[in-house]
Design a protein around this ligand. Structure first.
Ligand code: ASP
Length: 295
């Protein structure tokens, strides 16, 4: 049996990994650890793309997307366009545990969160409002991929050999109100199955949804590919679709973990995707392999 492993997106993934690792070391379930990791980032106001202090949509309202998935049972839950509740991933877990549904959106998601005892609060901070102003959309430059969007996706393998995953984001800054990205969608931003592996994404959600990113990776692992190979396959697909559509490939990154504790990550060109890996011997920040489109 491999020892525990936890991986999380971006340099702030180190915060997630450091919060999740002690739980895994204590023998707690992968999903509990992944949720604690994501929540540590949701609580960090210096991270402008997740939870409290996340950037607003086109009218300045913070709308959060999140989902969770348990690899043993394939139980899953999500919330989209959730306003004024910072712990979106924990609400997603309650959707999984307390309702017969998988996804609640907007006012319905907020109503459910209130019923479950989550406090309402503003998610804006003076710093996030100033950052939102700085990032007001500029005239379109088609050759330049959009920048400045990050999600925390945490994948964990516990000491019993089970996988769990959590994804949480405020989505693309200045998105249209009501826009839903990949992050709350099971199969797009996250997919976890103990019989195959776990995968998650970050980047332009529309492009991740278009290829069914995380499910594609997990199914590739089920078919025998390792996590690294499977992530590269999904990025190649994103690149191919961009070529077919005649657009520049958007910034998209994937990461994956299997039940043997092997990890992988890949991203489109110029994405500079880094991810944190935590094991009993410590935390590392690694750079993902970047793949150029093949013409
Ligand atoms: N995937 C997120 C979304 O499209 C944003 C990100 O990860 O950067 O909402």
């Amino acid at each position: 049996m491999p020892d525990y492993v936890v991986i999380a997106t971006w340099p702030f993934g180190q915060t997630a990994v450091k919060a999740a690792a002690p739980l895994l070391a204590d023998g707690k379930p992968a999903l509990d650890a992944a949720l604690a990791g994501a929540q540590a980032v949701e609580d960090d106001p210096t991270v402008f793309f997740v939870g409290y202090g996340g950037l607003g949509n086109a009218v300045g309202t913070v709308q959060l997307d999140a989902c969770v998935m348990d690899g043993k049972t394939l139980a899953c839950g999500g919330v989209a366009a959730l306003e004024n509740v910072r712990h979106a991933a924990a609400v997603a877990r309650r959707v999984m545990e307390k309702t017969p549904h998988v996804l609640l959106v907007g006012q319905g998601a907020q109503q459910f969160a209130i019923q479950e005892g989550f406090p309402l609060e503003t998610l804006l901070t003076p710093e996030s409002v100033a950052e939102w102003e700085k990032r007001r959309p500029k005239p379109k430059t088609p050759d330049k991929p959009p920048e400045g969007h990050d999600t925390v996706t945490v994948l964990a393998l516990d000491r019993r050999g089970r996988l769990g995953g959590v994804c949480s984001t405020s989505g693309l800054p200045h998105k249209l109100p009501g826009r839903v990205g990949d992050s709350p969608l099971i199969g797009a931003g996250l997919y976890v199955d103990d019989e195959a592996g776990a995968a998650g994404g970050t980047g332009v959600g529309e492009e991740i949804i278009r290829v069914g990113g995380s499910h594609l990776i997990v199914e590739a692992m089920r078919a025998g590919k390792g996590p690294q190979e499977a992530c590269e396959l999904a990025i190649r697909k994103v690149n191919q679709v961009a070529v077919r559509r005649g657009v520049h490939p958007a910034q998209v990154s994937f990461l994956a973990l299997d039940v043997k504790g092997r990890v992988g990550a890949a991203c489109t060109a110029m994405t500079n995707f880094q991810y944190a890996v935590g094991r009993p011997d410590g935390v590392q920040l690694l750079k993902a392999k970047e793949l150029e489109p093949e013409q």
